[in-house]
Design a protein around this ligand. Sequence first.
Ligand SMILES: NC(=O)c1ccc[n+]([C@@H]2O[C@H](COP(=O)([O-])OP(=O)(O)OC[C@H]3O[C@@H](n4cnc5c(N)ncnc54)[C@H](OP(=O)(O)O)[C@@H]3O)[C@@H](O)[C@H]2O)c1
Length: 211
Amino acid sequence: MFYQHRFDRNTPVEDVAGTIADLIKEGKVLHWGMCEVSAETIRKAHAVCPLTAIQSEYHLMHREVEKNGVLDVCRELGIGFVPYSPMNRGFLGGDLNEYTEFDPHNDNRTTLPRFTPEAMRDNYRIVNVLQRFGRERGMTAAQLALGWLLQKEPWIVPIPGTTKLSHLEENLRTLDFTLSAEEWKQLEDAVAAIPVTGDRYNAEQQKQVGF
Ligand SMILES: NC(=O)c1ccc[n+]([C@@H]2O[C@H](COP(=O)([O-])OP(=O)(O)OC[C@H]3O[C@@H](n4cnc5c(N)ncnc54)[C@H](OP(=O)(O)O)[C@@H]3O)[C@@H](O)[C@H]2O)c1
């Protein structure tokens, strides 16, 4: 699986797709994908060389791909969708709060407006909703964040990150739970009712997405 992370504004997407098609013919690449691109770009690229997956940010606190046509075009063209940072970079797991100190040399969350102490204090209300909802069902906040994505579509496959075996096991156990469509909707609505404080990216990072 070979991804283009991020879109290159100086190279037509048809040229990128054509180059990947050559690499596939040579046997050097099996499948390809793109990251944080628009529905229009996906269409143009797919017409030249069929895409296997699109990887973009998607989780309970960032649902842009539901509105900007990206999920629709993936559904229509049969392209898989890979939500990255499915727990909002760990925030939805509940271990991070306004007192968390990130390593300034090795953690890009220090550059993200949504990870200032003020934003995390406001947004912790969302974690509280997940924890409350999970308490009644024996699920953790992380499992609810992942389960919400998994129940959306069989072709939506989140990629959670962790440095801990215990978290990996907890996250995998998400698959042991079955909630009804009504329960997922109830959770989704409860989270959506809380405004999110802080942009997901700063201005510079934002310039690189959405083409
Ligand atoms: N394409 C792109 O532009 C892009 C951008 C960002 C990320 N990604 C990819 O997306 C994947 C995941 O992204 P991510 O690491 O940013 O986000 P994430 O999966 O939303 O969050 C990872 C964070 O969650 C914590 N965590 C994991 N399981 C937990 C649990 N059960 N309870 C509480 N906390 C838990 C981890 O801490 P511990 O280590 O303590 O478990 C880690 O800090 C990676 O493969 C990454 O490369 C892609």
